[in-house]
Write a protein that binds this ligand. Structure first.
Ligand SMILES: [Zn+2]
Length: 104
């Protein structure tokens, strides 16, 4: 799964939601879309969105992803990605996995 963010309006979504190539589905601007990867900075809302998308990624019996996710290739350990979230989510990945990301 490839996830894209619009640098003009902040829209974030799956690449498959883009109906007109290189045009943001929300603001319609051309050329502002950028593929998301693990190197970029994300807001809390964006991290929550990214976590929700990760839920749709198939995981094999060896705890590896069976579909590309945000630039991580097939075969990446799910725990590497959990670690990535753990370093960024205010209450850690445990909160996302077991407490639905409740930050209250
Ligand atoms: Zn936009």
């Amino acid at each position: 799964m490839r996830i894209v963010r619009c640098e003009r309006c902040g829209w974030i979504g799956r690449e498959t939601e883009i109906t007109i190539p290189d045009h943001c589905p929300d603001c319609g601007e051309y050329g502002g879309l950028k593929l998301c990867d693990g190197e970029q900075e994300y807001s809390i809302d964006e991290l929550r969105f990214l976590w929700e998308q990760f839920d749709d990624i198939p995981i094999n019996d060896a705890d590896e992803i069976d579909e590309e996710y945000m630039g991580w290739p097939v075969g990446t350990s799910r725990f590497d990605i959990w670690h990535w979230f753990d370093a960024r989510w205010p209450k850690g990945v445990y909160n996302l996995v077991y407490e639905e990301g409740d930050l209250s």
